[in-house]
Design a protein around this ligand. Sequence first.
Ligand code: ATP
Ligand code: MG
Length: 796
Amino acid sequence: DKAKRPDYLSGLNPEQTEAVETLEGPVLVLAGAGTGKTRVLTTRIAHILSTGRAFPSQILAVTFTNKAAREMKERIGVLVGHAVEGMPWLGTFHSIGVKLLRRHAELVGLRSDFTILDTDDVVRLIKQLIQAEGLDDKRWPAKQFAGMIDTWKNKGLDPSQIPEGDARAFANGKGRELYAAYQNRLLTLNACDFGDLLLHPIRMFRANPDVLREYHDKFRYILVDEYQDTNTAQYMWLRLLAQRPRAKTEAKAAAPGEARASRSWPDDVSSAPAERSRASGDSVSANHRAEARRGQAAVAPDGAPPRSEPRSGDSVSANRHQQINICCVGDDDQSIYGWRGAEVDNILRFEKDFPGAKVIKLERNYRSTEHILGAAAHLIAHNEGRLGKTLFTERTNPDDEKVHVHAAWDSEEEARAIGEEIEQLQRQKHNLNDIAILVRASFQMREFEDRFVTLGLNYRVIGGPRFYERLEIRDAMAYFRLVCQPADDLAFERIVNTPKRGLGDTTVRTLHDYARARDIPMFAAASDIIETDELKPKARKALFDVVTDFRRWQTLLETTPHTELAEQILDESGYTAMWQADKSAEAPGRLENLRELIRSMEAFESLRGFLEHVALVMDAEQNEDMDAVSIMTLHSAKGLEFDTVFLPGWEEGLFPHQRALDEGGRAGLEEERRLAYVGITRAKRRCHIWFVSNRRIHGLWQSTMPSRFLDELPIDHVEVAEQDVSYGGYGRGGYGQSRFDKADPFENSYQTPGWKRAQQHRSEATRDNWGTRSGHAVERIGYGESGPRTRMIEGE
Ligand code: ATP
Ligand code: MG
């Protein structure tokens, strides 16, 4: 029997094997970085598939990013020895949410071709609503309210469920009404925001026990990676899917009209506020429901059936009472999305919510050297709120490098030095793919990008705002969206007068009122209004042309290859010509971007598919295949690993980030520390930490102090660069030597565990070399509760 053990199981340690083979009942793998949690999940899926326990379509697997989902799919393919067909339900919570909603859109008042709005659209929409209420949108900024809505949605709260206090806090107590109005407006637009991708499925499952049961029968296995960063809504979503009502109550659940699912949910998070606000919120939610019904009715004439998948494999699940087996893996020390509503407590609740859960700990780290692991473990031990765990590695050998700490004068120096270090690695035949630069804040990236372009070093930026968020790309996308989805009013408004066609604010307002009065989308209103004499002849003619163009493109949608059509749209609309005529310095770059946009569509089957992709994009990969250094934020580095990791910008105020300290206090600091732990533990063999003493923030030079996290690294595993002479001349002045020198030449140095550093420095040489650029030197004046402070000494 042993000889027959499948290949994919060999090499796993006993705890990992247990986690893979315990297929019945709930399993929680709670373990530190690099211990093989993700590998356990991947192998578990391979095991389920190759032992024929389920079809690919019966496995629900949640990853944190789309990229992680793709990688997992590939890995499973390798393990089971053939390409994994299907696995349609492997993805992020959001992408799975979209899929569920496309199937059941009508149950929440949408049509299956609904649009997913991005943040910018959301803010504009909210601004309109605030103005429509006659409120001052300067006093009550739309952006702020968008943030509040997002927070509520992360907690799984409908307008009727938000806490009284929250509702009162915005717009003179109109918070609840505005939220409800926003939801109604989204339904009218046949659109939803990111939060809805979680919230709508929850609502749908609760209100439709029969649908929920369909999924209980379907998903035999549920697997969740990065479980420590699930938020409340995601957690509710998981519990709904993973907990079949007990057999006795199941008959009841099927009874028509009985909202079994919602009652069986003993949720202490959402039910309390819901109870409290019932009285005041009822009219609002009634409204919401009426709207939902209207949306539902609107589906019928279209006759468009919800898009559904082939259900080929589902017959296996005929047994209604089969158990649903959930397996979550996570690490409380890597919970870094608290600011976005993640609840690390979900880990602690697991055993309570899934009785009989098997909790498995993994202690062997397979990723990093002893120095890297030692540094990370020592650092994270400074956090109080943690479960605590043991980690060891056997990935060590005598010439392992310690974690390097380097000082630089400013971020330009830092980028230059890291660039040189990377070129050095390249000369030693290291792949650029094995190297990453992980920044705390995305603004840090530009410096590296600039430098690498100069050096001709390939790099890719992963995650964060980028290509698709550029103005010209958003405009172009609005054209495409409106062609695919004529009810998309935001897209309509964005481009109706871009390029300028004499359809100014007055016309748009007339159209808006016309559409509102009849409760139809603006494009439909435009089509109607050109048959009347509501508009002045010139505007009417211009609008007629726009409508004619879009109708033509809409008919071409089914017949013309989508890249060709996209190009045609940009040409015929005059959008390309607009930038060609533009004499500004950015215009050529914008035209290049538009060309790149068309190019990037080639990988998709249709314009719709492309639009969906863009809406969901969380990682921006540039040329997947090229050998390139990865640049990304620490947040998007979660789960990844690289031979060499550079961690620039370890300075007070940047890392830990000032905002985290100001807003989060001690909890904020601990989350920052977890982020540092995530950063260090991405490294397999080499880890370089940098700090600079001057940083330009918002165009102003600011003096900075080394991060307190540097003090929290254990001396045994860390090596401070004696001098970084090759870049910029510290060698002359001793700045680079003094800053972190173990033999501290300055007075007033003080000692922290295992570590000494200059408490005060005032380097003449520094000022001589750089004074003209910075205009000041720095004196440290203490290290108070809120971290070190600096005092500027202007001039001399
Ligand atoms: P993180 O917390 O950072 O997400 P993780 O716990 O998910 O880490 P993995 O990424 O699954 O860890 O594994 C870390 C590395 O260790 C990977 O390169 C993986 O292939 C390797 N690894 C895991 N288990 C084993 C094993 N039993 N034998 C050899 N290598 C292993
Ligand atoms: Mg992982």
